[in-house]
Write a protein that binds this ligand. Sequence first.
Ligand SMILES: N[C@@H](CCC(=O)N[C@@H](CS)C(=O)NCC(=O)O)C(=O)O
Length: 238
Amino acid sequence: MPVYIWTVDTIGRYSVRIKVKMTITLYYAPMSPPCRAIILLIKELELNIELKEVNVFAGETMTEDFLRMNPEHTIPLLDDNGFYLWESRAILTYLIDSFRPAHDLYPNIPKEKALINRVLYHELTEFYPNSFGLIIPIMKRQTAVVSDESKAKISNVFSRLELYLSRNDWFAGENITVADLSLLPTVASLVHCGFNISEFPRIADWYENCKVLKGYHDDQAVAQQLGGYFRSLVPEGL
Ligand SMILES: N[C@@H](CCC(=O)N[C@@H](CS)C(=O)NCC(=O)O)C(=O)O
């Protein structure tokens, strides 16, 4: 739903008060883990953001209009009144800095922020590509086999992620942060694809603890749907 704000405009010598429509829009796909991280945040903070579904498989990220907003043709994409932002982790931190500055999910304390960013960067460059990234070809029906090498890589990246929980229950410290929100949809999706999380007891406990999130159950429903689709292609699961 759009938000209307009053602003002052000057026309000639006169100042007039006009109502300006401020709509923030998130372009998303329901099953995409990076999009679901933003949706978890929107639900958690009850942010007023309009959701526009995009069908990637129908080429809707490749249209002229979409490419004008995001030449990288990816979702999630945020449109904050003409300010276009892609990359889910950048969107998560932007939304907090802009609309709930210094919130506990991304506190304005350099060392705490640094630890959160460390997890976000690790997830972007290591965890996501070596876990969910390896099953994307299955989802796109490019192959119907998860190789033993891929399975070993997924286990390996989970054991590295487990180390982040050796001191705390949450990935970037004593409190839940955007780092946890960013990881949850990927982990949930893999669990519903049949990945055995119980081999990683700290991550398994963390996954249980994530139930405190307002959007947890909705996200589980999506992960279950995604897992069902995966298992229709790879019946034995991960
Ligand atoms: N690192 C990006 C990844 C975004 C991404 O790969 N999104 C996929 C959907 S999960 C997409 O938009 N694919 C369509 C395309 O690349 O054209 C992020 O976290 O936002």
